[in-house]
Design a protein around this ligand. Structure first.
Ligand SMILES: Nc1nc2c(ncn2[C@@H]2O[C@H](COP(=O)(O)OP(=O)(O)OP(=O)(O)O)[C@@H](O)[C@H]2O)c(=O)[nH]1
Length: 324
């Protein structure tokens, strides 16, 4: 089965206030259904990811939990069919006998509805799971439907607001975020990393000898190099990473780091991109990196001198080697 190619939620800004409202909705759903667990899940390239989980001791999955694309979980059905699914008793329904939610975690009943992006794609699910056989009355389904409509409306609002913001957040030459966009989205990404317990890494890039390139080949070629570097950098990162032109020939990336080697793989992919072009003069870059701990709240201003110092150290090391 193919991964869902939908937008990542991390591409759009979510205010803490929206998170809190969604948390209240999910907790209310669990309470109303007397259910041990309720969730808002997102279908993304990793599978089905829990975004919001009911805050109950009986809720077995936390935000960030992922059911991969090959696991036969209930929400895949809702997303793929884009329709409601009610399973009152999975033990009576052979479709679910290999579902780990049922087999391993004993969630025998499921009621879920699709949440929809404003462009019509399925965003994910609002769902209630139970460890006993259920027989929900029709009014319960109606109420869940109304709550789902509220979430759809919230999502549409965030999406539109984001589109407007994005216009003032983009650098016109390179079409990646500008300084303002990076500063604003840094905080949102930090909140999300904290919520999902994810490490992040801040990476600073500066092109080497860019002034002589401008002087020798002209400003237009300089512009093309900046645009090419930005595109290469963006495609070397994941959709959810924050990639920005900080100014001039300086770029910043804030990457969600799930594996220790993430930053190295970004650089490997970037070098591969840069090596596979022969239309523009060859150029190189210097890079500095800083690991961010999810439990610490950082101010961007206080991180920049450290990450820049690492980048300049790299630049000086290369310059020294070249002189030898
Ligand atoms: N073509 C072009 N050049 C730009 C743009 N913005 C800044 N620059 C030029 O980028 C150059 C950056 O110069 P420096 O910061 O000294 O960098 P450098 O020559 O790469 O030197 P090192 O960083 O020490 O390797 C300056 O000459 C700026 O005029 C732009 O939008 N387009």
């Amino acid at each position: 089965m193919r991964a869902y190619g939908y937008h990542s939620f991390r591409d759009i800004q979510v205010n803490e206030i929206d998170w809190l409202r969604w948390q209240r909705l999910v907790d209310t759903v669990a309470e109303m259904f007397h259910a041990p667990a309720a969730f808002i899940n997102q279908a993304n390239t990793k599978g089905i990811e829990v975004l919001i989980a009911s805050e109950l001791p009986t809720t077995r999955y936390s935000p960030g939990h992922i059911a991969t694309i090959d696991q036969n979980v209930y929400s895949h059905y809702v997303v793929q069919k884009n329709q409601l699914l009610y399973v009152p008793d999975a033990s009576q329904d052979p479709r679910w006998h290999d579902n780990p939610e049922f087999q391993d975690d004993h969630y025998i009943s499921y009621l879920g509805m699709p949440i929809i992006w404003p462009d019509g794609d399925t965003f994910g699910t609002l769902c209630v799971l139970s460890d006993v056989v259920t027989q929900y009355p029709a009014t319960y389904l109606k109420v869940l439907n109304v709550i789902r409509d509220v979430i759809n409306a919230d999502l549409a609002h965030m999406y539109r607001e984001n589109q407007l913001l994005n216009q003032s957040y983009l650098d016109p030459l390179t079409k990646i975020y500008n300084r303002r966009g990076f500063e604003e989205l840094f905080e949102k990404n930090q909140q999300l990393a904290l919520r999902l317990g994810r490490k992040m890494v801040l990476i600073s890039f500066d092109l080497d000898g860019f002034k002589p390139i401008n002087d020798n080949y002209g400003h237009i070629t300089g512009d093309k190099i900046l645009a090419f570097f930005a595109t290469s950098l963006k495609s070397s990162c994941r959709g959810s990473d924050l990639v920005a032109r900080w100014g001039g020939d300086e770029f910043l990336v804030l990457a969600h780091s799930e594996t220790e080697q993430l930053e190295n793989s970004v650089l490997l992919r970037l070098d591969e991109h840069l090596a596979h072009q022969n239309q523009l003069p060859k150029f190189d870059y210097s890079v500095g990196m800083l690991q961010l701990d999810p439990a610490t709240h950082y101010e961007l201003d206080s991180l920049l001198p450290s990450v820049d110092a690492r980048m300049y150290h790299h630049k000086r090391t290369k310059q020294t080697k070249q002189r030898q």
